[in-house]
Design a protein around this ligand. Structure first.
Ligand code: ATP
Length: 285
């Protein structure tokens, strides 16, 4: 039977500004997505049986209908009235519920993969429409791009032609933090801040890391740190270790630092490893 092996990358948000809360409960935002070279592996295998079977040995990842990739497969099967099934094997390396969009990336990867496996001939626009039904971060991973500007819920994507690669150290403390809890506690600022995302991108193009650092921001960070004040200590520690900038990614708890080189990233990882078990070095991918 036909098999496809795929890589499913993680992201960090270099910039995340919340614009407003919408009547449907979601928030409009402006974000800069950066794809990084930390991956889950996904294997898709066509089966004759009319079933969706998911195998994943990570204890926090559901293998039934709650898995985002199950939802994708089910929707496609229903819409295309397919009677064949699929086996999906996920090897998790991206920390789960960390603010790195592992589940969303898996969902996008499976949309791309099933399009090939089942020969569905979905257009990019159709795939984006499926992605938006699954989650706000899914669409970004459908584009073959390292960088993108995300607007609306984050699902409206403008891929950016930018060859710049950055180095990062990422720490994922072993605490549970769910996006819905962070958004639920978010207090929106009354004053409307200007959108610096485009200025940041200009500096990024010219590799002015000081100027990039000065504009990197995440409106969810203060709420994340209100829930887990120990993350403030972690951020200060990473600043002391000479990261250009330290920021929570998405709705956390991943805290990542922008550093000048791989050597710097490895030096900082070694020190942070004395206290934290999940420390990664990653680069724009
Ligand atoms: P996002 O930024 O998209 O909210 P995240 O990194 O905060 O992502 P995920 O790793 O996507 O969070 O996991 C969030 C929840 O989704 C977990 O509680 C997990 O049980 C569930 N989940 C469903 N499908 C998957 C999947 N394929 N991989 C990881 N988690 C999944």
């Amino acid at each position: 039977m036909k098999k496809i092996l795929l890589k499913s990358p993680a992201k960090v948000n270099l910039y995340l500004r919340i614009i407003n809360r919408r009547p449907d409960g979601f928030h409009n935002l402006v974000t800069i997505f950066e794809r990084i070279n930390l991956f889950d592996s996904i294997e898709l295998k066509a089966i004759k049986e009319n079933k969706i079977r998911i195998y994943c040995d990570h204890k926090d990842v559901p293998t039934g209908p709650k898995n985002l990739v199950y939802k994708v497969a089910q929707k496609l099967k229903d819409d295309f009235r397919l009677s064949q099934g699929v086996e999906i094997r996920i090897v998790k390396r991206i920390p789960v519920a960390a603010g790195m969009a592992g589940g969303s990336s898996n969902a996008a990867t499976v949309i791309l993969g099933l399009n090939r496996l089942w020969n569905l001939r979905l257009s990019q626009a159709k795939m984006v429409a499926y992605a938006s039904q699954i989650g706000s971060d899914v669409a970004f991973f459908l584009y073959d791009t390292s960088w993108a500007l995300g607007t609306q819920r984050g699902e409206k994507i403008r891929p950016l032609k930018l060859s710049r690669k950055l180095w990062h150290v990422l720490v994922i403390p072993r605490i549970k933090l769910y996006a819905k809890d962070v958004y639920g506690r978010l207090k929106l600022q009354l004053t409307k801040k200007s959108d610096d995302a485009n200025i940041l991108l200009q500096h990024l193009k010219k590799n002015r890391l000081d100027a990039v650092s000065a504009l990197m921001t995440n409106d969810l960070e203060s709420t994340v740190m209100e829930i887990y004040p120990q993350l403030k200590w972690l951020k200060m520690r990473m600043e002391q270790l000479k990261c250009f900038k330290v920021l929570v990614s998405g709705s956390g708890p991943c805290v990542y630092g922008l550093v000048s080189s791989r050597t710097e990233a490895l030096r900082i990882r070694k020190i942070l490893n004395q206290k934290y078990s999940r420390v990664f070095v990653a680069q724009t991918f």
